[in-house]
Design a protein around this ligand. Sequence first.
Ligand code: SAM
Ligand code: FES
Length: 364
Amino acid sequence: MDSLNSLIDKLEATSHLTKDEWIALIEHRDEESAWYLFEKARKWQHRYFGNRIYTRGLIEFTNYCKNDCYYCGIRRSNQKAERYRLTKEQIMECCQSGYDLGFRTFVLQGGEDGWFSQEKLEEIVLEIRKNYRDCAITLSLGERSKESYQRLFHAGADRYLLRHETADPRHYQSLHPEELSSENRKQCLWNLKEIGYQTGTGFMVGSPGQTPAQLAEDLLFIRRLEPQMVGIGPFVPHHDTPFAKEKGGTVELTLFMTGLLRVMLPSLLLPATTALGTIDPTGREQGILAGANVVMPNLSPVSVRKKYELYDNKICTGDEAAECRSCLNRRMESIGYQLVIDRGDYSSQGAAAGNERSKDKCMM
Ligand code: SAM
Ligand code: FES
């Protein structure tokens, strides 16, 4: 449809759409507009990153969680989840094998597990920083106080991932118990940015009750926040959660949202997520062709991988595994891209890009 393409043109030219324009684009998207969008997304992806795909080694170090998000397989009420925690030594071993495999960013992700006190977390970050000076340390530990974020930054962490999940407070409340709020989640993100972290947010596509209006809110929020990274993946039901019987998100809508994000903020770090690779064996390749530029293979010890089950059938072996970096590289090469050994810092990419969009202050 011509009007859809002209909205995509407007997005490309200004990196702004109104809420109604976002809704129209998402609601009426079709195959033709998706192709038009992905072509533009790849154009910007190539201008900023060439055919380079950044890798992050994901260490899922605890699946204990004090929260009870209705969608999540490791929520505290799931009595069937087999819980585990990695020791500091195990985490360091993951980093060493990751480093040997060519990873220069480690992502420490876990449930909100009070056993890992502030002091313990700082010790882990300090130890990684001391041993791997050339690597970036990304944390994904959920909601914490500003002081805690500040201290972890001081210890050597550079980046933090915290998806806002959905920008609409009422929708947020329908996905979470009362003690969690959209307002606090967003405040955490503003705090992280203020401290100086390279900050990542994101949301699930197709979470129960989600409408185009809520996706529009997500894009408007991301435009305001100007994060350095955005992780989006389809919602995938988990059989032992209140959302076991809900419908999952689709590859098609996830790809469309990926393309919109790339055209809106061309220098974003945008992962082709595990959830996308879980619902479609070629999901990550399709994600890259829609504008994504990061993959995050699993570096956790093989013995615990299946236990970090956020949703059903989450992939954790084969090309998803960090040991299979060369298989993943072959898959990327088959679509014209290559994995790089590089921290893949946001600022250096922006500086290297040099094109007309970089004059816009939001891009840097
Ligand atoms: N505790 C940290 C936090 O809250 O950010 C990190 C772990 S949390 C489990 C990581 C992300 O997994 C969440 O932000 C959520 O978007 C995603 N996730 C959880 N359950 C999911 C599901 N059923 N389908 C797809 N993604 C899911
Ligand atoms: Fe752990 Fe949601 S259940 S963060």
